[in-house]
Design a protein around this ligand. Structure first.
Ligand code: G3H
Ligand code: 13P
Ligand code: ZN
Length: 333
């Protein structure tokens, strides 16, 4: 058993309470490799922003859970080296799919876990979330749950109202499961193709897709039911079109990639939404930088020569999200 407290990590409880009161959101960035982690920590240290490092199932398969945890431990020390005296870094399991997995992360030094039972029947989702909460709280590890199904183009599910979180369920769900925060579905989705072209309008000048707005009425109704309760938004990449354009003009092919407009995320961050998940944007920045470097320098073969620019661009992206979208700059002095 390793306590996250010994590793210098923090859980989400205080972070979220301050974020709700302060009208901002904590960035939750996924990491799969060293360059992503370096960029996240450099950005958080430079802006003195609390940050959540997320480890997904894909990341565990790609990079190994043990290695990722030690990297996060190293990240705390690295943050201090960068001059961030009191780093507020949370290590979070993203989309945990079983009690056993959540338990193993608690035992191994994670400070927060998500149990994602959103695809299960309601009662089953409550029951397993409750078991995870019961175990995690013994060690002061916080638990995120999910209610409602995130729409996604990939799995052929369209953003219909029936998939949104039902506000009338959230009091019962949060009370009986005991979760510390709740991820809800209001129209965001994972990946770089968040809406089908037929769900959008098209800018006649640029030909770019203009996505439909998020269901803020559902968010408002959830907040009415659960005043002051921490709400989480998954699938919140904005899919910056400058990265998509670099990719497409340097040998890539990502037609009609579209995300959540940043002004909508800014609006959400001012409400009880206190954790905003961003992964795809970092993938796009990495890919754009690598593709451009390869085209500009076909002779390069040292990975540091193309992963370095990728790291720089990701750092720039993270700083932009922290300062201009989530508003978490200076909240972890
Ligand atoms: O929840 C989705 C995240 O973007 C992680 O995706 O499982 O491919 O790492 P992944
Ligand atoms: P994006 O694919 O929009 O970056 O969402 C990431 C996410 O929700 C991770 O859990
Ligand atoms: Zn997610």
């Amino acid at each position: 058993m390793v306590s996250y407290k010994e590793l210098g990590l923090v859980n989400t409880r205080e972070m979220f309470a301050k974020a709700i009161n302060g009208g901002y959101a904590i960035p939750a960035f996924n990491f799969n490799n060293m360059e992503q982690l370096q960029a996240i920590i450099m950005a958080a240290a430079e802006t003195k922003s609390p940050v959540i490092l997320q480890v997904s199932k894909g990341a565990r398969n790609y990079a190994n859970q043990t290695l990722l945890r030690y990297m996060a431990q190293g990240a705390v020390e690295y943050a201090k080296e960068l001059g961030w005296e009191h780093p507020q870094i949370c290590l979070h399991l993203d989309h945990g799919d079983s009690f056993e997995l959540c338990k193993s992360c608690v035992d191994f030094g994670f400070s927060s876990v998500m149990y994602d039972g959103s695809s299960l029947p309601y009662e089953e989702n409550i029951e397993i979330t409750r078991q995870v909460v019961e175990y995690a709280h013994k060690y002061d590890v916080t638990v995120e749950a999910e209610l409602g199904v995130l729409a996604g183009v990939e799995d052929e599910v369209s953003a219909e109202e029936s998939h949104y979180t039902k506000p009338e369920e959230v009091i019962d769900f949060s009370k009986r499961s005991g979760c510390d925060s709740l991820a809800i579905s209001i129209g965001t989705s994972h990946g770089a193709y968040k809406f089908k072209p037929e769900q959008c309008t098209r800018d006649p000048q640029t030909g770019k897709l203009i996505p439909p707005p998020l269901a803020f009425d559902v968010l408002d109704a959830v907040m009415q039911q659960l005043p002051g309760f921490p709400i989480v938004l998954h699938g919140s990449s904005s899919v910056p079109q400058e990265y998509v354009d670099i990719i497409n003009t340097h040998g890539g092919k990502m037609p009609d990639a579209v995300g959540i407009p940043e002004e909508q995320l800014r609006k959400a961050a001012k409400s009880a939404v206190c954790k905003i998940n961003i992964d795809s944007d970092s993938r796009l920045a990495f890919t754009a930088a690598v593709r451009k470097t390869f085209v500009d320098h076909p002779d390069y073969f040292d990975p540091r020569k193309y992963c370095g620019p990728a790291r720089d661009l990701m750092k720039e992206l993270y700083i932009h999200k922290i300062k201009d979208v989530l508003g978490s700059e200076g909240k972890a002095l």
